[in-house]
Write a protein that binds this ligand. Structure first.
Ligand code: NDP
Length: 432
């Protein structure tokens, strides 16, 4: 039984979580959403700590100190580019906690559990362990510890259907589908927590778990739509091994250009679309990109940013980075909206993006990303690509864009290269 105080804090926490989700869904209110979510979590912890069934606080204290000792440095020192991996790890441990609580309840209350409790407890434990191992695999793929290409094996679908091991569930998922899977694992972790709420008769856990489970599920549906995939396709497809295409083997030449040449063409254009990708995040080039935006806008060039739903390594990754650099939000255009504009665009400047602009998704049925909607940058008059080498992106495949006659490869680190273009634009203006 919970005290009136605990119940009141739980109720307030549940309201805070709902408001937090509502506010987090829009960039202008996202900070407020985060704060309210944190307050909700603090209330939930306080309400739980005064629970009168707690006999001793020693182990709780040990857990809190150990958790803080790991969590705090992780939050402070972890680079932004590692947020997806970190999220995968938090899903893993959250789910493990739910599964362990379920296991402990089973052994603590032998013979006492009715059919309903046993059913939800089983679901909690299955989803918990599945999410734990699955999220660890997702972490491994994002951290490049496990190959991000799909690893397929005989009898794969039968094993997955048995839902025995998250490891076996995640291994066959190809790079480009990881965003959907991460959202789905998020949903499983939430559902497991909701089940734990039923087992422990804790209403706040039910509410918070249900919110987490359903929002994760909605996000997976959104990501599936954005990737033009069905759930069954993501989970059971595997997409075969990444084929080594003939084009990949044949040596082909590319046209590289200097910051000076790039600046000259950009400065003389009237419509430029910037396509940011994971490389912009790695280089932390967003502030230099803002300077470039300012320099071009001052010259009367119309600059917009094309946002692909899975660019980077987490949903909304590019929106967050560009907002951090104070790029006006109305300059960010979604994929479906900007795609028809590419034929009228003078220059597309691709900054550290690769898979999300790969035309193989449109026409190569053998490609592991076939069917995924992409930004049709190849239809622009000139394409500039800033990257350090000819290395592939997350899905590990060649990109024919680099070899087009209209493409200029701008080899270098995104932050440095964009900075040099800005300098060139400034000196050209000074000389004029
Ligand atoms: P990609 O991973 O396809 O490509 C990134 C490119 O950036 C690479 O080709 C790399 O080339 C370049 N790069 C890396 N570092 C730098 C640097 N310092 N300066 C300049 N360039 C750099 O990125 P995209 O954003 O196009 O696509 C995202 C991919 O990640 C998709 O496959 C997506 O499915 C997957 N994914 C997305 C998630 C999400 O939620 N958004 C989650 C998990 C996976 P080089 O090494 O030559 O510099």
């Amino acid at each position: 039984m919970t005290t009136a105080f605990t119940q009141a804090t739980y109720l307030a926490a549940a309201v805070a979580f709902i408001l937090s989700l509502k506010w987090l869904s829009r960039p202008p209110t996202a900070r407020r959403g985060l704060l309210v979510g944190e307050i909700g979590m603090a209330l939930a912890i306080v309400g739980t700590l005064v629970h009168r069934e707690i006999i001793s606080y020693e182990w709780i204290l040990v857990g809190m100190v150990a958790g803080t000792a790991v969590g705090l440095p992780l939050a402070v020192f972890m680079p932004m580019t590692h947020v997806p991996q970190r999220t995968a790890v938090s899903h893993a441990f959250g789910a493990l906690a739910a599964a362990l609580v379920g296991t402990a309840e089973y052994y603590l209350r032998p013979g006492e559990l009715g059919t309903f409790t046993m059913t939800v407890l089983s679901l909690e434990v299955i989803l918990g362990y599945l999410t734990f191992s699955g999220s660890l695999m997702a972490f491994g793929k994002l951290q490049d510890l496990v190959p991000s290409r799909p690893v397929v094996y005989r009898g794969q679908n039968v094993t997955n259907l048995a839902l025995l091991f998250g490891v076996l569930l995640i291994i066959p998922i190809g790079g480009a589908d990881m965003p959907t899977v991460i959202a789905l694992l998020n949903s499983y972790a939430g559902l497991s927590a909701a089940m734990m709420g039923f087992v422990l008769d804790n209403k706040l856990l039910i509410v918070a778990g249900a919110l987490d489970g359903s929002s994760g599920f909605i996000l997976s549906v959104i990501m599936c739509r954005a990737m033009n995939r069905s759930f069954a396709n993501v989970l059971f497809g595997g997409f075969g091994q990444v084929p080594v295409s003939a084009a990949a083997v044949e040596p082909r030449s590319v046209r590289s250009a200097s910051p000076e040449e790039a600046a000259e063409i950009l400065g003389a254009s009237s419509a430029v679309v910037v396509v940011p990708g994971y490389g912009m995040a790695v280089a932390q080039a967003q502030h230099k990109v803002r300077e470039l935006y300012d320099a071009l806008t001052k010259r009367g060039v119309e600059v917009r940013f094309a946002i692909h739903p899975v660019a980077g390594r987490m949903p909304g990754h590019m929106n967050v980075l560009l907002a951090e650099a104070d790029i006006p939000y109305d300059r960010l255009v979604e994929m479906e909206e900007i795609n028809p504009d590419f034929p009228r665009t003078d220059v597309v400047l691709v900054i550290g993006a690769n898979d999300v602009v790969n035309p193989a998704a449109r026409h190569d049925p053998a490609s592991p990303i076939h069917g995924m909607p992409i930004l049709d940058v190849d239809q622009a008059r000139t394409v500039m690509v800033i990257k350090r080498s000819m290395a592939p992106g997350f899905a590990g495949i060649e990109n024919e864009i680099f070899y087009l006659d209209k493409t200029m490869m701008l080899f270098g680190d995104a932050k440095t290269f964009v900075g040099e273009i800005v300098k060139e634009l400034a000196s050209a203006r000074g000389a004029a």
